[in-house]
Design a protein around this ligand. Structure first.
Ligand code: PBG
Length: 321
């Protein structure tokens, strides 16, 4: 075995997988204002951008070869309500961001999150009634949210809410509104995870969150259930599937990819990113090597696309390599 590992050219020839800038999707956070770039304390190197800065930042990312971004709004808390109705306002921060990006960078793919948590005063992904997250009424809101985002120019609708039956209902809603070419990427197996903590700070839903999300997100103990989720989402019309979180759930990624042979993406979530950054800041891990290795692991497990907050720094690293 060591003969093949002896020289870099040989290691490169026998490498079974590789990481490319084309695999990367860059998640970005949005805020109101002009010329604003606000650091997210629990995510070193990550900022919330006002729309003018967003357009510039995505332009720079595009020059490095990143051709897809995912958008997450951090809205004015005064606009949050129990039913999250700001989510369906065609002039909300998200829709304005989509229009600004499509106008400036029409060739950059836009993944648009669909869920109520940035807009809901309880911090939940759905409408809360008597302490319960109501399924079907939430789905109706998600359809309207999907349609306003598609109208604004979204390329991929990405429901992250984990309500039952939403993929099929959203597909019908998109078709009825004439958006037949808009893709749906289902956050199919999405686990109720501690690793989302820094993200909730970034979109300002963490402080608001009452209770937890265990009645709709998946139990980390389960793996067969992930396959049932994915089977239903595909049946209902999902074009691709995303597994989330990433590194602690590589087994799920591998199983989904092998079972269904559909485009399977993965999200290196905020807590995974924060862990690497914290260890690197303490001098306990080599930042660049740890990040590249974590992303290569996703490719090895079968991912065709990777959401990572490190996309821009990784694009620089791949360019220099
Ligand atoms: C919520 C949503 C979450 C993430 C993406 N969409 C958090 C949650 O479910 O509470 C997490 C992403 C991350 O941690 O980076 N709809």
């Amino acid at each position: 075995m060591r003969r093949l590992r002896g020289a870099a050219w040989s290691r490169n020839l026998v490498a079974e997988t590789s990481l490319s800038v084309r695999d990367l999707i860059w998640p970005v956070f949005l805020i109101e204002g002009e010329c604003c770039c606000q650091d997210v304390p629990s995510m070193p190197g990550v900022a919330r951008f006002s729309l003018d800065r967003l357009v510039d930042a995505v332009g720079e990312a595009k020059d490095l070869g990143i051709h897809a971004v995912a958008l997450f709004p951090c809205i004015d808390p005064a606009l949050k309500s129990p039913d999250g109705r700001e989510a369906i306002n065609p002039e909300n921060l998200m829709c304005r961001a989509i229009r600004a990006l499509k106008a400036a960078h029409p060739d950059v793919g836009l993944f648009c999150d669909v869920a109520l948590d940035p807009y809901n005063s309880d911090g939940h992904d759905g409408i809360v009634r008597d302490g319960l997250i109501v399924n079907d009424e939430t789905v109706e809101m998600l359809v309207r949210q999907s349609v306003v985002q598609a109208e604004a120019g979204a390329d991929v609708i990405a429901p992250s809410d984990m309500m039952d039956g939403r993929i099929g209902t959203i597909r019908d809603g998109l078709e009825a509104a004439g958006h037949t070419n808009v893709q749906i990427m289902s956050y199919g197996p999405k686990y109720a995870s501690a690793y989302y903590g820094p993200f909730r700070d970034a979109v300002g839903s963490g402080g608001a969150l009452k209770g937890d999300k265990k009645t709709y997100q998946m139990d980390p103990a389960n793996t067969d259930e992930a396959l049932r989720e994915v089977a239903m989402d595909l049946e209902e019309g999902a074009d691709s599937i995303m597994v989330k979180p990433g590194l602690p759930y590589l087994d799920i990624l591998r199983r989904v990819h092998e079972t269904f042979s559909v485009p399977t993406l993965v999200y290196q979530v905020s807590g995974e990113y924060a862990m690497i950054k914290a260890a690197a800041a303490n001098g306990w891990l080599d930042n660049d090597k740890a990040i590249l290795e974590s992303l290569l692991a996703f490719k090895r497990a079968g991912a065709c696309g990777i959401f990572t907050y490190a996309a821009v720094e990784v694009a620089h690293l791949l360019k220099d390599a």
